[in-house]
Write a protein that binds this ligand. Structure first.
Ligand code: SF4
Ligand code: SF4
Length: 335
């Protein structure tokens, strides 16, 4: 089983982290089964968030008996110190614990710092002094904010999307974190479902000894896959390298990662899936997206009022309305 140390936090974790966003979609008992199975197979890092509805509660319910053996990372989206304390108190209660190993600012649009007027960073420090959290982290989808956080010396962990579709700039961030002793937590290692070859994704990330991937797990077969990789890590051989090369060429850089930060849409368009439908119908079983329900959802693209809310909130700087229109044009060929 491979383990990594999360920078200067000294936290030693199994190289497979459990991303607990998807367990919102299953029942409490199903989540418990998954979480307990993960734990019994050596997975000791669990990443959740106040924003992930009942994800924290399910972790607290399933893993309460082994709290001291696991590392829990949660997140707050609060923009005020008052909200920070409210959310931290709720998270601790739901997780059934009196401390979080890592508490992260959840994708803020800026890098919180002392004396920036928000009081957020000061609240983190106070929570750490009180023993309510052990390490201070930040998650982000914007490279500039993540870079600023890494340069600032204020953060012990940084969580950022990282997969074999990464550009040189993103690899620079990983290397900077390594140099500075910042733990790097990789989200979206399957790029929100666009990467369908998990062994290639796993083998690529194995190359980085300071990167902890967290795999979003909802089904037992997904968990089994990563447990199997942990026991017999896939090797980045010629065949997997050619998968990576093909995907990198096909997906390019201008693609929607499905992160959802552009929501809500006043026209009720399901942007995270609709804006990458062309890729999804070619990469997932067609029955999933070529059904009546999705046909209706795609038709909503015509209702776009061009308010540009999505475009202004996309951390990847995408021209979302154009992307939606292009995807709709393509989808019409299948309707
Ligand atoms: S520009 Fe269109 S798709 Fe984007 S948020 Fe506004 S209505 Fe929705
Ligand atoms: S358009 Fe941008 S913000 Fe919206 S889901 Fe795609 S990548 Fe995320």
């Amino acid at each position: 089983m491979s383990q990594i140390i999360l920078g200067n936090t000294g936290l030693t974790v199994n190289k497979n982290g459990f991303g607990a966003l998807p367990i919102q979609r299953i029942s409490k008992e199903e989540a418990k089964e998954l979480l307990v199975k993960a734990y019994n197979n050596g997975i000791n890092f669990y990443d959740t968030a106040r924003f992930y509805t009942d994800s924290e509660e399910k972790i607290g319910y399933a893993l309460n008996g082994v709290r001291d053996n696991i590392i829990i990372a949660s997140k707050t989206m609060s923009e005020t110190a008052e909200g920070f304390w409210e959310q931290l108190t709720i998270s601790l209660g739901k997780l059934n614990t009196d401390y979080l190993d890592i508490y992260q600012f959840h994708n803020p649009s800026f890098c919180p710092k002392p004396s920036d007027g928000t009081g957020l960073y000061e609240a983190m420090v106070e929570a750490k002094e009180k023993g309510l959290i052990r390490h201070i982290g930040i998650t982000n989808h914007r490279l500039a904010v993540a870079m600023e956080a890494a340069e600032s010396g204020l953060y012990e962990t940084i969580q950022f999307p990282f997969s074999y579709l990464a550009t040189e700039k993103e690899i620079e961030l990983v290397n900077l974190c390594k140099t500075k002793g910042i733990g790097f937590i990789a989200m979206k290692a399957l790029s929100g479902g666009l990467i369908t070859n998990s062994s290639a994704a796993y083998a690529y990330l194995e190359k980085f000894d300071n990167v902890l991937p967290i795999w979003g797990i909802q089904r037992e077969r997904e968990l089994d896959e990563f447990i199997a990789y942990d026991k017999n890590p896939p090797v980045l051989n010629e065949s997997l390298q050619s998968v990576i090369k093909k995907d990198t060429a096909e997906l390019g850089k201008d693609f929607c990662r499905g992160c959802g930060y552009c929501l809500p849409c006043p026209a009720d368009i399901d942007i995270p899936t609709s804006a990458r439908m062309s890729l999804m119908i070619r990469r997932a079983p067609t029955s999933v997206y070529l059904n009546d329900s999705w046909k209706e959802k795609m038709k909503k693209i015509k209702d776009c009022i061009h308010c540009d809310h999505c475009k202004n909130h996309c951390p990847y700087g995408l021209d979302t309305p154009r992307l939606l229109a292009d995807n709709f044009e393509d989808y019409k060929n299948f309707m």
